[in-house]
Design a protein around this ligand. Structure first.
Ligand SMILES: NC(=O)c1ccc[n+]([C@@H]2O[C@H](COP(=O)([O-])OP(=O)(O)OC[C@H]3O[C@@H](n4cnc5c(N)ncnc54)[C@H](OP(=O)(O)O)[C@@H]3O)[C@@H](O)[C@H]2O)c1
Length: 292
């Protein structure tokens, strides 16, 4: 196992060391263990998962972590582990909590089960996977958030995050939460200027924006001449250009690649640097056409 990714590849955020590239474990089923192990071996130290068996197999992720630690290749403090609470409505029948229990108990049961899956007694970050309804924070969301705040006070989770959030709901959360989110994790589309409205709020509230689906949500933009020309200049793949763009814009990208060459290719984003002009061009690559 190689040493942890270079110290310059972390940022300090609210007292926690956070890797600036995270490996995502969704949709890997029985390959979750092997692929997580491969990601660790290739240098990833941030691992994203969720206690949502429909899309994630947390136990497989945990088995990889446990084996790497048992082999003396890693210590818990080398890792940044994050998971999520997912409402029953977004789960299948394999629930990590009693759906009849109140939300405080659902969240507590979900976290305890995640800690067991990942063989740890704390999580570096824990997310509400998404508000119950797309627009606005409802009373259920508040109960969940308060339960997460209580778990943070108990030391079970270090930082709190919110995922799949629209600007107005984030405003509500920022206004009323006792513990403000440390992360937002959203699908990041070039055509929304890379989630510009949410990212602006993140910048002014000391929140780090985690970007997923950077490649899959922007397949057309990856083919764009500008991206292709920047990739040729460096030279590297358009995928690497987009990941580096995200990092230089202050986002933490996620990749869930299942391919070792792509893992190395993605992490090599650290080896390239885009100019300010290139960042601006990519930022506006799908900007809506403005009539003058
Ligand atoms: N909070 C949420 O609701 C939510 C939702 C979705 C995802 N996530 C998290 O984000 C993680 C990443 O998900 P994602 O949606 O970004 O997509 P993804 O599952 O990582 O898919 C990325 C795609 O890009 C390809 N790829 C990766 N690196 C490449 C490279 N260098 N060159 C060419 N192709 C490359 C992969 O193919 P190969 O496998 O062949 O490399 C894959 O088809 C998930 O695992 C999950 O942890 C969270």
């Amino acid at each position: 196992m190689p040493p942890p990714i270079h110290p310059g590849r972390y940022i300090q955020h609210r007292g926690v060391q956070v890797p600036t590239f995270i490996y995502g474990t969704a949709w890997k089923e029985e390959r979750s263990e092997a692929l997580t192990r491969m990601a660790l071996e290739n240098g990833f130290r941030g691992i994203d998962t969720a206690n949502q068996r429909r899309h994630y197999y947390e136990e497989g992720v945990g088995a990889a972590i446990q084996k790497a630690m048992a082999a003396g290749q890693l210590k818990r403090e080398d890792l940044f582990l994050q998971s999520k609470f997912t409402y029953a409505s977004a789960q299948d029948h394999r629930l990590p909590f009693d759906p009849e229990a109140d939300y405080v108990h659902q969240v507590t049961q979900s976290v305890e089960s995640t800690l067991a899956h990942l063989h740890t007694d704390y999580l570096d970050a824990f997310f509400l996977h998404g508000p119950l309804h797309p627009h606005g924070f409802c009373s259920a969301d508040w109960e969940v958030w308060r339960a997460m705040e209580a778990l943070q006070r108990k030391g079970k989770i270090r930082l709190m995050g919110i995922s799949n959030i629209y600007p107005e709901s984030l405003d509500q959360l920022l206004k009323q939460a006792e513990v403000k989110p440390a992360f937002v994790q959203n699908r990041c589309f070039a055509r929304t200027l890379w989630d510009a409205d949410v990212r602006a709020r993140c910048r002014s509230h000391d929140i780090i924006y985690q970007a997923f689906s950077l490649l899959t949500a922007n397949a057309v933009e990856l083919q764009n001449l500008t991206v292709q020309q920047i990739a040729r200049r460096l030279p590297c793949s358009p995928a690497r250009v987009i990941f580096r763009f995200a990092q230089q814009m202050g986002m933490i990208p996620l990749t869930g690649t299942t391919n070792q060459a792509h893992m190395q290719e993605d992490l090599a984003a650290y080896d390239i640097e885009l100019s300010k002009a290139e960042l601006a061009m990519i930022e506006n690559i799908a900007a809506p056409f403005q009539l003058r």
